[in-house]
Design a protein around this ligand. Sequence first.
Ligand code: 5GP
Length: 207
Amino acid sequence: MSNKGLLIVLSGPSGSGKDTIIEKIFSINKNIEKSVSMTTRKARNNEVDKRDYIFVSEKDFKEIISSNGMLEYTQYCGNYYGTLKRSVDKLMEDGKDVILKIDVNGAKQIKEKCSDSVSIFILPPSIEALSSRLVKRSTETDESLKRRLERAKQEIESSYIYDYVVINDNVDNCVRDICNIINAEKLKSDRMKNIISGVLSQCKNHQ
Ligand code: 5GP
């Protein structure tokens, strides 16, 4: 009898290190999968379709919204991003814990729809650190960099809606904190009901 899969929302401003953190979590915990989001943003040089994002046109994205196929979606710096319901359902049915790397708007939608999810906000140690990471990454134009930093401020203001806030001043410590949160969440009595009743039914057989 297995423990129920956990839906984990991971947010943080662009440049807060989410991708590196997620890769490290995967190398430690093999039962976690990332839901691949859909976006209308153009692929960056190092990005691969269907691995990093499912890249689609705005028309296709809007059709999926109309057919109620998005678990959540948002507009971020001029582009659409969303989580496909069917991808998450499939992973959860397979007993996987699923990480959604989504923005604050998406996190609010998930909180409303999935009350047993857990949300974690990755806080950069300072705006200077965030800005220098974005500059180093060299994936943004000056204009896009400015918009992302403005957006970062709004996102940090909303960090109070999350269940947990983890500071990324050291990647390994940040990953350890997130893994601890996930482990603790999975051991909550409410999520252990199947296992508890399995043990109880064994007790009956012993009487
Ligand atoms: P980027 O363009 O840097 O890949 O992503 C920009 C922002 O969009 C990030 O904060 C990222 O977490 C967010 N994002 C990516 N995919 C999704 C999604 O499916 N839904 C929502 N709500 N936000 C997303």
